[in-house]
Design a protein around this ligand. Structure first.
Ligand code: MTE
Length: 414
């Protein structure tokens, strides 16, 4: 478990000395080679400014202290509140924690595990309860390798490829990652509280500002693969990814995998909240709202099949035989094949799939492409074991979710 940094009273320094600014200052000082002991001493003597001065870092005037994330943002494509993975930096099958994309609606909160409690409540449980972090660690644990994708991943291509701009963060292809998640099943916690037979929905609520939350059906909540995770790739869950506890809902839009989980509400009625009425819903002329239904459109649950080259957009390559690599994933089952075509030749050739090929995880693929000088487009297309494949066209939706056509990836060859 990670060691806590000292909690200082405000008034000790300027009003900006919050647990969050201490945490961020510590990260900067550590990156400059300072030991934890030195940092704690300097902090108690002269606050963050003293610690930063001692390691040669300038006091923060860059706005860094108000960054919504904790991790080092330098390997990422940055947005005001989010970090997008550059897929080409991933070397293996798993996305390392320091390269995993971050989607934050509010800044990453600092949560003290000593006082942390997870509450389970609502009219759908017989015995409302409160669990400590240790109570959750003591429950029987399991690990699942699963990809996590934001429903808005690829949104920028509505404008770049289809010429119709969708509202929201203009993600490229990197709002997706694949990690090994360890935790207990959500169903184990729900059973402790006694789920009533007429329970319908389960809402997971975060401890971030605005209490980000997203209800799921009782069936998905009771699925043995739906987790309350406390570890990611064998490490304590990082702050940006939901420390101490997050939901992991394989195959469903990333918004269901609520981070910094503070409350679980089990309801005997269908729950309508912001994130299944106005956000994370498919809205547009081809997506009419359902009748007798308070949502603006159709709420997104399951993701869809996609494949992407692990290359910058646009990519620049040297001429000659090039091995192009990428990732393919489907919420409906394992990937059966990935094909590629270049320059609209309508000749789909098979790519090689690399092991492992696991339910819930993405799969790596590669193929050799003879790169000739000039401007090209390369497309990849995945098909899963149930026969789902990427469509040639999808109806536009105003918020830009779930685009999954084979993308015409621009590649310039010198
Ligand atoms: N949980 C909380 N509490 N707050 C959030 O902003 N963002 C959601 C989900 N869980 C979010 C959250 C969205 S939209 C996505 S795509 C995933 O977290 C992203 O998880 P990550 O930041 O660990 O990659």
């Amino acid at each position: 478990m990670r060691k806590g940094l000292p909690m200082l009273r405000s008034g000790h320094e300027s009003g900006s000395l919050t647990p969050r600014s201490v945490e961020q200052t510590w990260r900067r000082c550590r990156n400059h080679g300072m030991s934890r002991r030195q940092f704690v001493e300097l902090l108690s003597l002269g606050g963050c400014a003293a610690a930063l001065a001692a390691c040669g870092a300038s006091p923060d005037v860059s706005g860094e202290a108000v960054q919504p994330w904790v991790k080092d943002p330098s390997p990422f494509i940055r947005y005001p509140t989010n970090l997008e993975t550059r897929l080409e930096l991933i070397r293996g099958f798993i996305t390392p924690n320091d390269l995993f994309f971050v989607r934050n609606h509010a800044p990453t909160p600092h949560i003290d595990v000593e006082t942390y409690r997870l509450r389970v409540e609502g009219d759908g449980v017989e015995r409302p309860l409160e669990l400590t972090y240790q109570d959750i660690l003591d429950l029987s644990g399991q690990s699942t390798i699963a990809y996590l994708e934001c429903a808005g991943n690829w949104r920028s291509f509505f404008a770049k490829v289809l010429g119709q701009t969708a509202a929201g963060g203009q993600w490229g292809t990197g709002a997706v990652g694949c990690a090994s998640w360890t935790g207990c099943s959500l169903s184990a916690v729900l059973r402790l509280a006694g789920v009533r037979r007429n329970a319908v929905d389960v809402n997971l609520l975060g401890l971030d500002d605005g209490e980000f939350n997203r209800p799921m059906s009782i069936e998905k909540a009771m699925d043995p693969d739906t987790l309350l995770a406390y570890a990611m790739n064998g490490e304590t869950l990082p702050a940006d990814h939901g420390f101490p506890i997050r939901g992991v809902v394989p195959g469903w839009a990333g918004s269901n995998s609520v981070k910094w989980l503070g409350r679980i509400v089990v309801s005997t009625e269908k729950l309508w909240v912001r994130n299944n009425t106005t956000s994370y819903v498919l809205v547009g002329p081809d997506w009419p709202a359902e009748r007798h239904h308070p949502a603006d459109g159709s709420p997104i649950t399951t993701l869809n099949i996609k494949s992407t080259l692990a290359l910058p957009w646009p990519a620049n390559l040297q001429r000659g035989s090039r091995v192009l690599r990428g990732f393919a994933y489907s919420p409906h089952g394992t990937i059966a094949r990935v094909e590629w075509s270049a320059d609209d030749d309508h000749n789909w050739r098979p790519a090689r799939l690399l092991q492992p090929i696991l339910e819930h995880a993405w799969v790596r693929f590669e193929f050799v492409w003879e790169a000739r000088p000039g401007s090209h487009t390369v497309r990849v297309r995945a098909t899963d074991a149930r026969g789902n494949t990427q469509p040639e066209a999808v109806p536009f939706n105003e918020k830009g979710y779930l685009l999954n056509i084979p993308l015409p990836h621009p590649v310039d060859v010198a």
